[in-house]
Ligand binder design. Sequence first.
Ligand code: C5P
Length: 225
Amino acid sequence: KKIAVVIVAAGSGSRFGDPIPKQYHLLGGKPLLRHCIESFAKLVPLEMIRVIYNPDHRDRYDDAMNGLSLPEPIAGGLTRQQSVLNGLRSLEDENPDYVLIHDAARPGISDDVILRVVNALSEHSGAIPTLPVMDTIKQAGHSGFIEKTIPRAQLHRAQTPQGFHFATILKAHKQFEGLEFTDDAALLEQLGLDVICVEGDVANDKVTRPDDMDRAHDRLYTGSK
Ligand code: C5P
């Protein structure tokens, strides 16, 4: 099967509270984005990997890519969803069978997780790595008072890479252009298509706040969970 990868790295990282966007922060001397690319490059040819970036970060991007010859990066959009669509459109000529869509803010992606996603695509329209929810989840109103407890047995934390049949996810993204879903599986859910959960990995949790960097470092370099 022909597999392509879209790595979305066009966010401003505003929650990270630092002028350097998180995807360019160093983890063990390498930018988060570079960790992601190296993980996928073990399984997919470089010419099938597309990075979606913010052209304002061109210098940081070039530094991160030092020595790697990837196709030209694609400019992202104002939302994650728009950034993904730009990436998918850049692959239309290649017309891969499958596409894996990954957040650059998840540097701890392993071969095992990638392969679980890819393998599930022989039987399903989409496959996403997930983890069970361990905390009790409360719904509260704006005033902060609890309204209810959401039973967690059927809840899953969604990670990336999310894998899809390319033609299916491209069509869905074109149909829902302009909306703001926070992941890609949500688009197939809207269409009633089958997306299966495969086992995720805590090392693959998203780096969102500065202290997540320390946790990511420990997980990558000491194997601690
Ligand atoms: O904001 P959030 O943490 O959901 O972003 C997830 C991923 O999407 C990040 O890797 C970020 O760089 C990317 N993104 C993007 N374009 C945007 C917003 C987010 O590529 N406009």
